[in-house]
Design a protein around this ligand. Structure first.
Ligand SMILES: [Zn+2]
Length: 278
């Protein structure tokens, strides 16, 4: 039912008009991922939900301090959990010009089975030596860097980009659309016509800022993310680093790290705004 609502909203949009230049950016929605009972990904000592909120509030403050013509809307400003629907309702009610969702990545961890030794077992009348296996779970990763998602079908991007580098085992964000459902495919394609170009542009500008700071650039990718599909405006989902990489977790929890991450997102938005208002 919700999906049908998105379709109706999107049908009202003329792609040509939507891509026109000279568009004022005056309302921006910042969505701190997860919250409340939903902690998101977990590191050794921190939760995704706290990092996304800290960064969202910093980005919002930077926007308010330096873009007097922009109003910032938050999907949450404290440790609560708004549903995905509630998140894009904030954006749609405000008729916002941009939707920026902030998340922290985690790899799913890997399980390794290794031979720990041998033991003797009786087989028939003889004793034979058999290997003994143990299983260990590694939650830590050395994967690092930032990536920014736009709404799309992610089957084409999987081949082309860096997902393969960490073995396709990234923890899925909640609220993935079923890309095999024809109706969903139509909605994604309508959204794409209206907003994909601008979403990719914003995503690229944010990634560029991270790269300038020396962060590893995992690129701009497409995924069927419901939180983006429901918001009728260009939108991106930024993954600001890997919480199960101990050095990135420390960085994302530090004053320096949070200020840098917020600055990258802010500068990306600023560049997009200049570009769009030319
Ligand atoms: Zn997340």
């Amino acid at each position: 039912m919700r999906i049908i609502l998105f379709a109706l909203l999107l049908l009202g949009i003329t792609p040509l008009h939507a891509d026109a230049k000279g568009k004022k950016i005056s309302k921006i929605v910042l969505d701190a991922g997860h919250g409340g009972r939903d902690g998101g990904a977990r590191g050794q000592f921190s939760y995704e939900k706290d990092l996304t909120l800290a960064v969202a509030l910093r980005v919002g403050k930077m926007i308010q301090d330096s873009m007097k013509d922009v109003k910032v809307y938050y999907t949450r400003t404290s440790d609560v959990y708004p549903s995905l629907v509630e998140r894009h309702e904030v954006a749609n009610r405000a008729e916002a010009d941009l939707f920026v969702s902030i998340h922290v990545n985690a790899t799913a961890g890997r399980t390794e089975r290794y031979q720990a030794g041998t033991r003797r077992v009786k087989k028939g009348k003889r004793y034979v030596t058999v290997p003994v296996y143990k299983t260990v779970h590694h939650k830590e990763t050395s994967t690092s860097g930032t990536e920014t998602y736009v709404l799309g079908l992610h089957r084409n991007s999987q081949k082309e980009n860096a997902i393969g580098e960490y073995g396709d085992n990234i923890t899925e964000e909640q609220g993935m659309l079923n890309e095999n459902d024809p109706q969903t495919a139509i909605i994604i394609s309508q959204y794409s016509q209206a907003f994909l170009g601008r979403s990719v542009s914003l995503a690229g500008k944010i990634q560029e800022q991270f790269a300038l700071q020396g962060r590893r650039d995992l690129g701009v990718k497409q995924k069927g993310l419901e939180v983006l599909a429901g918001s009728v405006m260009p939108g991106v989902l930024v993954e600001i680093g890997f919480i199960n990489n101990p050095s990135e977790e420390a960085y994302l929890n530090s004053e320096t790290g949070q200020a840098a991450v917020a600055t990258a997102i802010f500068k990306g938005i600023q560049a997009y705004k200049w570009d769009s208002e030319r």
